[in-house]
Design a protein. Structure first.
Length: 364
């Protein structure tokens, strides 16, 4: 309660008001007072106004005024001003002013210095001399509070200034403000937090919000676990980060070529199974696992030297046979062709032969 300010014909009694408000708040506050008057002429008016003495010159602040038992007359729209037509020469008026908030809250923090003034006014709008009374009061204007909720290891940056990890409350003024959180935050080498969305559904970690009153946002994160595939498995798929509780599908080829000369000769590693630690998880080349924690799967292989052995045995045999065939052909002797022999004896002519034949006929 403020001390009563006496004047010749008016007095302001029992002024009540909140000692603080939040800059940019949309909710109006209430200022009440009992205003007494005495010796008012029948045609006088009682005028009560709240002005901002922090400005030069002082100005009537925006607001809405009500009075009882006599109501405000000719009240300006949205002004903390009440003009009352008293029914008696002496009496009391109960007044309430709604100020601030959507009606005109100070946008900057500090002290809102106000002055409530009461006076009597003649019918021709002239102040009655020495009839005024005044009460000065101050309302502390605190900044709006922007509350950001994040996991304990996640730090939000407000207007480029990084805050401590975890939930924070940041004093801000009315207007636009930038909020930014990291996309991922490592917990350890195999666990991390990944940004999901803001509490209002906005799905981008960097955003701009317009603040007109104290408000809050929450950045939701999901836990992710890493699936690691170990062992020489160039064709393996599935390694990466997965949301907690999701299913990861992993796969590898049934066989992979060996390196070096064995590989050039057709040597392969045949898939044998997936192991976690020393425990066989599955002997299927394609399978799935629930990511309830980080998992490391190692591919085990069985070496297959079938083709290198075949090559090492068969190829030399083929080369040896080929060599023998070529060598045999190269060393074989050529076959001699004998001339044809005659039935005639040497020195025997055809004529002699005929002669003998004729003699044989004669003898017969």
């Amino acid at each position: 309660m403020l001390p009563i300010a006496h004047a010749q014909t008016t007095s302001i009694i029992d002024v009540h008001y909140p000692t603080s408000l939040v800059a940019g708040s949309l909710n109006p506050i209430s200022v009440t007072a009992t205003v007494g008057y005495r010796d008012a002429a029948p045609d006088y008016y009682l005028a009560v106004v709240i002005s901002n003495v922090g400005e030069t010159p002082a100005k009537t602040i925006p607001g809405i005024a009500t009075s009882s038992p006599d109501r405000c007359v000719n009240e300006p729209i949205l002004a903390a001003y009440c003009l009352v037509k008293p029914r008696n020469s002496t009496g009391l008026e109960q007044l309430e002013f709604k100020i601030g908030g959507i009606l005109g809250t100070p946008q900057n923090e500090g002290a809102w210095k106000l002055n409530m003034t009461a006076t009597l006014i003649t019918p021709n709008s002239t102040l009655v001399e020495n009839s005024g009374s005044t009460v000065l009061f101050t309302i502390s204007v605190s900044p709006m509070i922007l509350t950001i909720k994040t996991p304990a290891t996640v730090a939000v940056a407000v207007d480029g200034i990084e805050q401590p990890p975890g939930p924070v409350q940041v004093p801000v003024s009315a207007g636009a403000h930038n909020l930014s959180v990291p996309i991922t935050v490592p917990v350890d080498n195999e666990t991390r937090l990944k940004f999901d969305s803001w509490s209002d559904g906005f799905a981008v970690p960097n955003r701009t919000v317009k603040i007109n009153f104290s408000t809050g946002y929450e950045a939701a994160y999901v836990t992710q676990y890493r699936l690691t595939i170990a062992g020489p498995a160039t064709s393996a798929t599935g390694q990466g980060w997965y949301d907690a509780g999701s299913v990861a599908i992993f796969s590898v080829a049934d066989a992979e070529p060996m390196s070096g000369i064995p590989g050039l000769l057709g040597g392969k590693f045949r898939f044998q199974g997936w192991y976690e630690g020393n425990r066989l998880q599955t002997n299927s080349s394609t399978d799935m696992i629930v990511m309830d924690k980080p998992h490391t799967l190692t591919v085990h292989w069985q070496p297959d030297y079938t083709m290198p052995l075949i090559v090492m045995v068969v190829v030399p045999i083929i080369l040896i046979l080929a060599y023998l065939i070529i060598h045999r052909r190269a060393t074989a002797k050529p076959t001699m062709i004998k001339p044809a022999t005659s039935d005639l004896r040497p020195n025997e002519t055809e004529g002699n032969h005929r002669k003998d034949d004729s003699n044989s006929i004669d003898m017969a």
